[in-house]
Every structure is written in structure tokens, then in C-alpha cells.
Design a protein around this ligand. Sequence first.
Ligand SMILES: [Zn+2]
Length: 247
Amino acid sequence: MGLLKTSGIIIKSLDYKENDKLVWIYTEKFGKISAIAKGAKRSKNNLFSVTLPLCYGDYLFFKGKGMCRLSEGKLRNSFQGLLNNLEKLTYSSYLCELIDISTEDEDANYELYKQFVTAIYLLDTDALDYELLTRAFELKLLRATGYGLDFGNCVFCKKKLQTSNYISLSYHGGVCENCPKEHGIYLSKGSFNALRFLNNTTLDKVYRVSLTDEMKEEIFKITSSIISSNYTRRPKSLDMLKFIKEW
Ligand SMILES: [Zn+2]
């Protein structure tokens, strides 16, 4: 019981009863927190503008016996520009959903939090290819939650890899030319090298690689297979992303 004070981003919100909202916030100090925001549905309420999707701010919660209650919020950035662009909205919703399905309540993960805030900031800037940024974020997320991929050494014999044309989905990484190719996906060496680059670089540097649509597809097939098989459920916004790309 007591007060929790931390910064965070609203990853999900639902109307609740007549005037209230339920919010899910990914926070710096406590990981994912679900809380009730009393009165937040009314536009005159103090909590209204700090509980909109993607709001980034400093939040104060009261934790009693039942559910956490959001008592105060101070906005750092509303990121509402992301909501006015269908493509950005879809990518940012997808990042929020990834955070939701890959984390448990109140399990702090500072590395993941830092990557998430950076990715949302970068999505808001127009400076980068959203798709590459999202792939790089997926790789950071997998690593920060214990499912990181190894592109440096063969996952079976540990031999150093110059490059590879096969990713093992059960052992999470590249396979050398001599080891068995089972439960995995073939890809071009160019895509393997690009995956390794996206895995190792910081999010703000993803613009340094430029990929054909075919390579992007190969890379997406790998990250989405690993994400779908390791987290509690498959992200639904993936279908929307596919729709947008074909549209
Ligand atoms: Zn090997």
C-alpha cells in the first residue's frame, strides 16, 4: 500500500462505468501498471488529457488492496501527432501491443522501457523508415525479455558466423553451413546481415541500412514467427500492418 511515482506511457485505455477509465501504463520504475482513472472520461477532469493513448508523462498512483488508482499525471509529451496519421498510428499501436503481450504487471524492465520511449519518439519524428524502426524495436524487445537472437555464432556448434542463410526458431539464431536446418527459416545472406545490423545498432541508427521489399518481408517473417511463438498471444495489430502495406 502506498504511493507510486514514476514516468510512463499509456499503452491501452478502456472506458469504464459512466465517468472512469481503466488504463495500462508502461512505466519506468514498475513495468506495466493497470489502474483505474476516476473521472478521466470527462474532458474537464484533470486526468482526461494524461490518460489518452500514447500519452507520456509523470504519474502518481495509489496502490491499495485492490486495483491501483491513478491520482495525478503531468504530461511530458502527448504524441497526439501519431494519432493523426494512419500509418504512424498503426505502428505505434503495434509497439504498445508488443509491450502489453510481452510483459507481466509490475515487472520493471528499464532497458525495455528506454527502448520503447525512444521508438515512440522516433516514430513521431518522420526521420526514419517506420518499418525498419519497428523491426529493430522487435529485436530489442526480444532481447530485453529473454528471447534475444544470436547472429554472431552458430546456435548449434558455436562456430563464429561470417553470415548465414538460416535462422533456427527453436534456438533463436543463425545456423552455420554444416549444422542441421530444422525448425527454422531460410533467408538470403543479405537479409541475415541486415537482421544482424538491426539487432546490434541503436534505434536512431536504423536509417543506415536500406532494404528491398523482399528483404523486409524475409526479416518480418522471422521476427513475427518468434514473437508469435513466445508471448502470451499473437499481436493483433500485425493484421492491420499487413493490410496497410497492401493498400
Ligand atoms: Zn554450426
